[in-house]
Write a protein that binds this ligand. Structure first.
Ligand SMILES: NC(=O)c1ccc[n+]([C@@H]2O[C@H](COP(=O)([O-])OP(=O)(O)OC[C@H]3O[C@@H](n4cnc5c(N)ncnc54)[C@H](O)[C@@H]3O)[C@@H](O)[C@H]2O)c1
Length: 369
């Protein structure tokens, strides 16, 4: 293996004691499941003070206010923005609400971070980027997997010359039977799609980040629905999903071509007849390869093919990846440090997903602008 000095990728580290000169006044829009993880993470970030929250459902607002001691709660973000004037809006709503909430926030003078996926489609992502630029506000997407210690291991190996030119990356976010039985994850008009946009996005964003974010230029793929839209008595981890409103795919498979010749293959499912769930990407380069799931580098060394497994990596347990991503955004605003997942990264990932969906609808390869 090469001995070049490693790049600094220590964003995962959480300082034990940190002096903070200024706190960001932060507000959460959407007080459902993931907002709780955000709140848990925020409690570990001294740069953030939560000053308000917003949800269209009064019961969700009440839980949020009572549980976290937030005084100001609103059913409309316009009221929140006008009365509280936060520095940052943290959007934790279903996908179809990300774009209007972010645009309203940046137009009111707030910086905005939105949960993944960035939006429903690339046009919405572009609208969000343009609005943030026009109002000179920062915009980030809540992609936490690029902060994973295994991604940081890969980034250091790549910078050290262990990988060479990357030719192929295979992304898999496969559940054997895991259709969410809460929220609106089965409703295409509110989510933009099924497993590809909901969980495939995690593996795609982290793999795309690791391979250097090349520009996607063409996509080919297909999607299938064969389980989610029917009642089922099969035992599974989240039984009783709303099959009557299920309009998304069970399985999506796609291939994307990048401008540097690299190919990304994507497999993502809520339901698939496979041995076990898979959460992984595999990278093949001219000098070495990499497997996310096992944190293993494949290379040749001194006449031998070597599988080099990480001897130690920090354990990304609990909400630590959320701490890393929210802290990166807070520091970006306060210190001007680079955002690891700016709006442009969200747009590129959305173009990959959208390309596969468009190809599935067209029944042929489609170009990505
Ligand atoms: N990064 C991750 O690992 C991760 C994990 C889970 C979910 N998510 C993302 O977070 C988002 C929310 O997911 P969730 O599981 O928390 O869903 P959820 O359904 O539990 O919560 C969404 C909340 O948004 C509220 N809401 C809907 N429309 C609103 C509006 N116009 N104004 C204010 N509030 C509104 C709903 O009432 C609900 O309380 C989704 O985009 C999802 O993809 C990310």
């Amino acid at each position: 293996m090469a001995n070049n000095s490693a790049v600094i990728t220590d964003s995962f580290k959480v300082e034990k004691e940190e002096k903070v000169n200024k706190k960001l006044r932060w507000a959460i829009v959407g007080c459902g499941g993931i907002s709780q993880t955000h709140m848990g993470a925020i409690k570990k970030i001294p740069q953030i003070e939560v000053v308000g929250c917003c949800d269209i459902k009064p019961d969700r607002l009440k839980v949020m206010k009572d549980q976290w001691g937030i005084e100001a709660g609103y059913e409309k973000w316009d009221d929140l923005l006008r009365e509280i004037k936060p520095d940052v809006i943290d959007v934790c709503t279903p996908n179809g609400v990300h774009c209007p909430a972010v645009v309203a926030a940046v137009e009111a003078g707030c910086h905005a971070i939105t949960e993944k996926p960035m939006a429903m489609n690339p046009a919405e992502c572009q609208q969000m980027i343009d609005a943030a630029k026009a109002n000179d506000r920062k915009l980030a997407v809540g992609f936490q997997y690029r902060y994973h210690p295994v991604c940081e291991m890969f980034t250091r190996a790549k910078a050290a010359g262990d990988i060479g030119d990357i030719m192929f990356v295979k992304c898999q976010a496969l559940r054997r039977r895991g259709i969410p039985n809460w929220g609106v994850f089965g409703q295409k008009e509110l989510q933009g799609g099924g497993p590809m946009i909901d969980i495939g996005v995690h593996i795609i964003e982290s793999a795309h980040y690791c391979i250097g974010e090349p520009r996607p230029i063409a996509a080919s793929g297909n999607i299938w629905t064969y389980i989610g839209d029917k009642p089922s008595e099969v035992e599974s981890m989240w039984p009783g999903w709303d099959w009557k409103t299920f309009t998304v795919e069970d399985l999506a498979v796609g291939q994307v071509r990048f401008d540097n010749g690299c190919i990304m293959q994507i497999e993502s499912s809520f339901s698939a007849h496979i041995d076990h769930d898979i959460w992984n990407f595999t990278i093949m380069g001219t000098k070495g390869g990499f497997n996310f799931d096992t944190a293993t580098l494949f290379t040749d060394h001194a006449g031998t093919m070597i599988n080099a497994k990480a001897g130690y990596l920090p354990n990304p347990g609990g909400d630590s990846l959320f701490v890393a991503k929210l802290k990166n955004f807070a520091n970006g605003i306060l210190e001007g440090t680079p955002l690891r997942a700016p709006g442009e990264s969200g747009l590129a990932v959305q173009k990959i997903i959208d390309g596969v969906y468009r190809s599935a609808a067209a029944g042929k390869e489609v170009a990505i602008d």
